[in-house]
Design a binder for this molecule. Structure first.
Ligand code: SF4
Ligand code: SF4
Length: 272
């Protein structure tokens, strides 16, 4: 997917289409003090138009919009952190989430450099203690349909298709924008975290939109995945093995005791 932010008009039709298709509740949120609808993404808000209000070089107030959601990273912090494999790399570059396997530990929340996945902490919600995030409309695209946000966008600024073709299109668009005077125009997502599956044509550097220029999976997340988790699994395996050995030894001792008891009884019964 590629979002050309220079064409986004901030109408939020994509937000509504996302909620509608995924049966996510509309929520009354804390007023963020701008025209932005929610302060941030949450377990039932998987797509959000972020409003950046600022004064430009000409001293004019202007808005920049960024459609924010899961980036479907090629090297995803959330997949690395998840202890139950609820998060996995799926087809078409989609990072899939199986809510049945999710235990609500929220390690993915901590590991995501984009604040794009959240656990529902409302105990009255049917999906309580389950993570939620953009699925890239996996259910739609596997049926040959476009994601709901792409289908609904009135300016066609959300494009869906082959990643290489989108990168090519994005590079040309950046050149076009630069020629029109947007000297900071850039294409975001080509190389970050092995390549994002949500690309952006931005008018300003990524940091202006709150996007990290060089996102990383933290060392702690990698340690957790490649050292602590295997050790934990080894410890559980060793514990189960120890219990099994203990059970076999106890059973053998019991049977030997039984046999000895019977032998003594027979002997006693044979006495005059
Ligand atoms: S943006 Fe966050 S939630 Fe989405 S794949 Fe990357 S790490 Fe996971
Ligand atoms: S539907 Fe398109 S134009 Fe409207 S807010 Fe979403 S991305 Fe922007």
């Amino acid at each position: 997917m590629l979002v050309d932010t220079s064409e986004c008009i901030g109408c939020k039709a994509c937000e509504v289409a996302c909620k509608q298709w995924n049966l996510n509740e509309a929520r009354i949120n804390q007023e963020p003090g701008t025209y932005q609808s929610h302060p941030h993404l949450d377990a039932e808000t998987w797509t959000l138009i972020r409003f950046v209000e600022r004064t430009n070089d000409q001293g004019e107030v202007e808005w920049l919009f960024q459609k924010h959601n899961c980036m479907h990273c090629t090297e995803a912090g959330c997949v690395t952190a998840c202890p139950t494999d609820a998060l996995q790399y799926g087809k078409y570059g989609v990072v899939t989430l199986d809510q049945e396997k999710c235990i609500g530990c929220a390690y993915c929340e901590q590991a995501c450099p984009f604040d794009a996945i959240h656990v529902d902490r409302n105990p009255f919600n049917p999906r309580a203690q389950k993570a939620g995030k953009c699925t890239l409309c996996y259910d739609r695209i596997t049926m040959g349909m476009q994601p709901a946000c792409v289908k609904t966008c009135p300016t066609d600024c959300i494009k869906f298709g082959d990643r290489d073709a989108l990168i090519e299109w994005g590079r040309q668009r950046v050149e076009e924008l630069k020629a029109r005077g947007f000297k900071n125009a850039n294409l975001y997502g080509v190389d970050q975290l092995g390549g994002l599956h949500e690309l952006y044509v931005l008018l300003e550097p990524p940091e202006v939109y709150g996007l990290p220029a060089n996102p990383k999976i933290s060392t702690w997340t990698k340690l957790w995945k490649y050292a602590v988790q295997p050790l934990g699994k080894l410890a559980v395996g060793a514990g189960i093995f120890g219990l099994a050995v203990n059970w076999v030894a106890a059973r053998r001792a019991f049977l030997q005791g039984e046999a000895a008891g019977h032998g003594a009884g027979d002997h006693a019964a044979g006495q005059p």
